[in-house]
Design a binder for this molecule. Structure first.
Ligand SMILES: *Cc1c(COP(=O)(O)O)cnc(C)c1O
Length: 365
């Protein structure tokens, strides 16, 4: 608890400090490549009968929205006088992003990764090591993401004097869900301005994003949640629908919807995209679901594969499999959405998924 109180106070103070904000804005612009563009999809829109706009987080340095959060947390860690970052990673994307920010700012970096995930995601293990990080296998439980979170939290508790825990989504104990959403708020703020300029002052009718822990969704929702005319949609994988099929439970310091068995043990999530394999969801999404402000439908792996091919063919953009979940929902609901304008958060690019899809699509291509 003292570590969390220290972090909460430090973040609140930094976030209210113009010089911290200016330094972070500078990094987001000159290092990460912000603002990311808003792309109108002419051919896809014609195909679906829905006007589709993409927020291009895939064009950020390291290929996804994750850089927004890690640059913010690494800068905060430095300000707090910490010399070392600890992180968890599932598919390896957050580990790579954290190792990137650590290299940029001269911080030591240790990343916990489930032993099973390390074997599945060799390339990201190599990337982290290349960037100077130490990768430690999590060997307990299912040896996947939730076990890596456990180990990262244990490490942090023992090393909090010189270490900051760089958590990868809008989950875990306060202040993380709040802080990580604030670091991703830039997605929503930019989108709101870009949409107003493209749509003559209007907002899109629907804003849709994929949901693993929920950080890219929280980021883009934050730009539209005050506008009651905008419908917010978070799309979960059918095999990891924490809001859709989970029950309230407590894990990793948060109370939220969670996949669990009849005894309250955390169940494993399964999805074609390793980045959405988390059995829970950030608590703010549980709140948005309960209050009815946002809805959380799910899509199947087969629908995701179709959306992956569809965007590649119609727009020349290969999406991350995670982001393809959001597109898959738009494609499935095209009749209901006909004639409306839908903003999709394209959370990442698909280069990392091409080898996997080569097997999946082997018979077709
Ligand atoms: C990690 C990742 C996600 C899932 O994380 P959220 O916290 O739900 O945003 C989604 N898309 C991409 C491209 C990712 O790398």
């Amino acid at each position: 608890m003292p570590a969390l109180f220290e972090l909460e106070a430090a973040f609140a103070e930094a976030w209210a400090d113009g010089s911290f904000r200016a330094e972070l804005d500078g990094l987001l612009r000159d290092y990460a490549g912000r603002p990311s563009p808003l792309t109108e999809c002419h051919r896809l829109s014609e195909e679906l009968g829905v006007r589709v706009l993409l927020k291009r987080e895939d064009l950020n340095h390291t290929g996804s929205h994750k850089i927004n959060n890690v640059l913010g947390q690494a800068l905060l860690a430095k300000r707090m006088g910490k010399a070392r970052l600890v992180a968890e990673t599932g598919a390896g994307q957050h580990g790579v992003a954290t190792a990137t920010a650590a290299a940029l700012m001269g911080l030591r970096c240790e990343v916990y990764m489930g032993e099973v995930d390390m074997a599945r995601q060799e390339l990201n293990v190599f990337r982290m090591r290349l960037l100077g990080a130490v990768v430690r296998p999590a060997t307990s439980g299912s040896r996947t993401l939730k076990d890596a979170v456990n180990d990262a939290m244990r490490d942090w508790v023992a090393t909090v004097g010189d270490s900051h825990y760089c958590l990868g989504s809008v989950m875990g104990p306060h202040p993380y869900p709040w802080m990580v959403r604030e670091f991703h708020r830039v997605i929503g703020s930019e989108s709101a301005v870009q949409c107003r300029s493209l749509l003559d002052g209007a907002s899109p009718e629907v804003v849709v994003a994929c949901v693993g822990g929920g950080s890219n969704a929280a980021g883009i929702f934050s730009g539209f949640s005050e506008d009651p005319n905008v419908e917010l949609v978070g799309v979960e994988p059918a095999g990891g629908a924490a809001v859709g099929h989970g029950a309230p439970g407590i894990v990793h310091g948060m109370l939220s919807y969670l996949l669990q068995d009849e005894w309250g043990q955390v169940a494993e999530a399964h999805s074609i995209s390793a980045g959405l394999d988390y059995p829970g969801v950030g608590p703010e999404h549980s709140h948005l679901a309960d209050s009815g402000r946002a809805v959380y439908p799910s899509v199947t792996d087969a629908e995701v594969v179709e959306a992956f091919v569809l965007l590649s063919r119609t727009e020349g953009i290969i999406p991350a499999l995670e982001s393809a979940h959001a597109l898959a929902w738009v494609s499935r609901e095209r009749a209901t959405l006909a004639g409306s304008t839908v903003l999709v958060n394209l959370s990442g690019r698909g280069d990392k998924d091409v080898a996997q899809m080569m097997d999946v699509l082997a018979d077709r291509l």
